[in-house]
Ligand binder design. Structure first.
Ligand SMILES: [Zn+2]
Length: 303
């Protein structure tokens, strides 16, 4: 009987360690959840974004400007140096530009300088605009909330050997106008860009595997993300999805990657670009886990 008990406990111990090993190592953080809940409520019209203004979408020029101001104020409040990028993009034909307004908008951009002198930058961010008649909670208020939380956590690092540049893009939903304009402008500066990481949709994880998709990663970034995912036992896979802001940077020759929930594997919000893409559908555990996963990669790169 005793032996049998011993055998059973050995088997259950082995089983438990096997199960523990196969579980994703989820990194939770209550303060980050609270921050992201507040940001997401303001971006989706559940809390006023300013005074008594509630926004139901981030699509019109006015709504996008209010959103850009809110994001800028937050970044300045945690010590990032604002350098917002205002762009006007031609419709490709002067006559068309006379009839239609040229595309124009604001990319919210800010720098957190390295603690040593450096001309190297890591760029990260995601688009803040939404489709019309859509609260755009998962697409892409979650990418914005992830980026802001990473920005906050980076300020707490005592040593950073590289500069960080956050860019929250305008007009992705209209055809990536914001990120295209930004990537073209950035190419002309003398800044040395180590890598570009754009996040689009990070709030759906129905199969609870904390899985992440990396889109069109460079060889170097694919290896970087895969080795870190292995460490946390998070499933990761790369795809050739090109329909977001990372493509704008790849086209200009930058070392870039797009990061998302499991879009190709269809563990992704079924409510994309509809009125049902609401705050209530966000999986915060997944969002926080992904936030910390990406932050830890940046932390290693900064050391
Ligand atoms: Zn999007």
């Amino acid at each position: 009987m005793k032996n049998l008990f011993k055998k059973i406990s050995t088997v259950s111990l082995l089983l438990t360690s096997f199960l523990c090993f196969s579980q994703p190592q989820v990194i939770s953080d209550n303060n980050i959840t609270l921050l992201q809940q507040e940001v997401l409520k303001k971006l989706t019209g559940k809390l006023p974004i300013k005074n008594d203004i509630y926004i139901k979408q981030r699509a019109s020029p006015e709504e996008r400007e209010i959103t850009a101001n809110y994001l800028s104020e937050y970044l300045a409040s945690i010590g990032w140096q604002l350098e917002n990028h205002f762009y006007r993009t031609s419709n490709g034909n002067p006559l068309l530009d006379l009839c239609l307004q040229p595309m124009s908008g604001i990319n919210v951009a800010a720098v957190l300088p390295a603690t040593i002198k450096s001309n190297k930058y890591i760029l990260f961010g995601g688009h803040y605009d939404s489709e019309r008649d859509c609260p755009g909670a998962i697409d892409n208020a979650t990418g914005v909330a992830l980026s802001l939380a990473v920005a906050f956590k980076l300020t707490k690092l005592k040593e950073r050997n590289i500069n960080f540049l956050i860019v929250l893009f305008d007009q992705e939903e209209d055809g990536e106008f914001g990120s295209i304009a930004y990537a073209k402008m950035l190419r002309k500066t003398n800044r040395e860009i180590h890598s570009v990481h754009t996040i689009d949709m990070m709030g759906w994880d129905q199969n609870h595997n904390y899985g992440i998709e990396i889109e069109l990663p460079s060889k170097e970034l694919k290896e970087l993300y895969e080795s870190n995912a292995k460490e946390y036992n998070i499933p990761i896979y790369s795809t050739s999805v090109s329909s977001s802001d990372h493509k704008s940077f790849i086209d200009e020759g930058f070392n870039a990657v797009g990061i998302s929930e499991e879009y190709v594997k269809r563990d992704t919000t079924p409510f994309i670009h509809t009125a049902k893409d609401t705050y209530e559908t966000i999986n915060f555990e997944f969002l926080v886990s992904s936030t910390n996963f990406i932050f830890n990669i940046f932390k290693k790169l900064a050391q």
